[in-house]
Design a protein around this ligand. Structure first.
Ligand code: SF4
Ligand code: SF4
Length: 372
């Protein structure tokens, strides 16, 4: 069956976690990655107004991609963060800044960013749906949709109310497929019911599904020693019907080459592979971790400059591996450059923007008790 974006190859380049040199994006390495990606026939790039400090991701998209390759040879997506808009007029400002930073002339895909129930009233009040539709009428947007982090029920209501939306971007991975909080599987079914093609984000759960315990890695390696642990997560997502592309936030050339090695000539999962993934998902479901995807939305507005995602990473590592010494050292490194968990003043800014609805304040208090 034909659907929007069917012709796009099933690996998209997420520009959220680009390689870094200190606090700056490593633009030379990004250029190498962009070129290799395009050379293998992949064409979809995903950025956003809020990715990186002061629009660093959109600016990198210009420098590494837009300025160096014919505009029609790739698709570029960006997003409207309603939480950055204080007035209706700010939507236009944000959009214009994204266009200017990327130099793209138009966006192939443009999304209302990170929607959840608590943002919907503001979207209606500001006329955000109509705004994006107007940008489309002007030829500045080719296809409009939204990225989403809430329950299947909310998604169902949203798609019923807004059938004009052409696609949805969902967090889908084998770890969240059955999860009652993320509801990957149920949200996917709702999108299918409404006939909407899906762009998949967080297939590797912010990298967590690439860094599994040695016991779990062994389960994968026994079935296929040549495949990386991350490949199982990407292939699980790419195997679904009606998918435009699977976004992978690639952070270095090595990761990209690994992704390209099995996605250039993508082979669907066989029965044995599906069973293996189900087995690993069951093990993970019984291992409690903080479901942080390292999106970093919480960092910029934190008045105490607490590096929340890095603290959660360390906390998860200690819980899953019991690696006391290494995690203790890493903790000291993190708080050397930023705030300590006990510096949190419970202002709630971070919880207001966290797409995973994590109870950050109470977890920071736990981390403080364990590590400080
Ligand atoms: S609640 Fe704490 S961690 Fe969150 S933004 Fe405020 S100070 Fe930072
Ligand atoms: S705590 Fe939430 S907002 Fe912060 S990085 Fe993790 S998932 Fe993103």
């Amino acid at each position: 069956m034909d659907y929007l974006g069917k012709e796009i190859k099933k690996l998209g380049f997420g520009l959220m976690r680009l390689p870094m040199i200190g606090k700056d994006i490593d633009i030379d390495q990004t250029k190498v990655m962009v070129d290799e990606f395009l050379a293998k026939g992949f064409t979809y790039f995903d950025t956003a107004y809020v990715y990186g400090e002061d629009g660093a991701s959109e600016k990198a998209a210009k420098e590494a991609l837009v300025d160096r390759h014919p505009r029609e040879s790739f698709q570029l997506a960006s997003k409207l963060p309603i939480w950055c808009c204080e007035t209706k007029e700010d939507m236009q400002k944000v959009f214009d800044i994204s266009l200017e930073r990327t130099g793209a002339g138009y966006f192939d895909y443009y999304l209302n960013h990170s929607l959840s129930n608590d943002k919907l009233d503001k979207l209606e009040e500001f006329g955000a749906w109509e705004f994006v539709a107007q940008m489309k009428e002007k030829g500045l947007v080719r296809h409009m949709g939204f990225s989403f982090h809430d329950t299947a029920e909310v998604l169902d209501e949203l798609l019923t109310k807004h059938p004009e939306q052409e696609f949805v971007q969902l967090q889908i991975n084998y770890n969240d497929w059955e999860s009652e909080s993320v509801q990957s599987g149920k949200c996917y079914e709702v999108a299918r019911k409404h006939g909407k093609p899906v762009i998949i984000m967080e297939p590797v759960r912010g990298g967590a599904l690439a860094e599994l315990t040695p016991e779990i890695q062994k389960i994968f390696k026994e079935v296929n020693p040549d495949l990386s642990v991350a490949s199982w997560a990407i292939r699980f997502a790419a195997d679904l019907e009606g998918v435009i592309t699977v976004l992978s936030g690639m952070s270095d050339t090595e990761q990209m080459r690994d992704n390209l090695s099995y996605m250039t000539d993508f082979k669907p999962l066989d029965e044995k592979e599906k069973e293996t993934i189900t087995k690993v998902a069951e093990i993970l479901a019984n291992t409690p971790t903080v479901p942080c995807t390292n999106c970093k939305y919480c960092i910029e507005g934190c008045p105490e400059k607490i590096n929340i995602p890095e603290l959660f990473k360390v906390f998860n590592r200690r819980n899953v591996y019991g690696a006391l010494e290494q995690t203790g050292n890493r903790f000291n490194e993190i708080v050397k450059d930023g705030g300590k968990p006990s510096d949190c003043i419970a202002c709630g800014q971070c919880e207001g923007v966290c797409p995973q609805h994590i109870e950050i304040i109470s977890l920071l208090s736990d981390i403080s008790e364990k590590f400080e």
